[in-house]
Ligand binder design. Sequence first.
Ligand SMILES: [Zn+2]
Length: 255
Amino acid sequence: MQIKFLGVGSAFTTQEYFQSNLQITAESGKKLLIDCGTDVRFSMMENSISNEEIDAIYISHLHSDHIGGMEWMAFTTYFNPKKDRPRLFMEKELIKEIWESSLKGGLGSIEGKRMHLTDFFRCTGIPNEGTFEWERIQFTIIRMRHIMNGYKNLYSYGLIFRDLKTRSPWIFLTTDTQFQPGLINRMADQAALIFHDCETSPFKSTVHAHYDELKTLPLSVKRKMWLYHYQPNPVHQPEMDGFKGFVKKGQIFEL
Ligand SMILES: [Zn+2]
């Protein structure tokens, strides 16, 4: 499989980085998009990918840098007679919420018809720590602490996955997450490669793991770790601190 970072930036990034949305290409050639943010149209265009090529989408959580491109994706594939509905994989409660809280306003009606999420996507809801398979790649979703508003946790759902066909190592993608050293140390026992959310701004938002926090992890964990979802022009030198580095926009990993 091939993993390509269409973007590596945070929510309010620039076109130099684009938002952190990824494309996975299976051995079959089919493509899965991990998150579909506000600027995904432009990051896909920069990589010469049309949405006709997107077979499936995985959404980690409901912030716009992860779902802001979904209305565009839904309408342009629905009204394209050559295109089947893309598959949509999400945690089972979140897949209800994306419709009710985010997408229904724009996608709920077309001329002469009321619509639902399933009119646009072939939907699969997955329980936390549940597994799904797509094109011989096996994914398990992992609940990550992202925001606690005082009443309710708004989680993001990371992925641990491997290609069964190429027998790739396990890969862990955190998606948006606070610093969770216990969980990361556990994941590092299983995964050979970790892609970790990393805030680099001087002021900590507290809803993303900050570089200064990640730096305190054991070297054996940092050696497996690429950092992404960072702010423009980071001043840090991740290789000097034991990490693999900052993922660059457009960077490809063959596994
Ligand atoms: Zn987020």
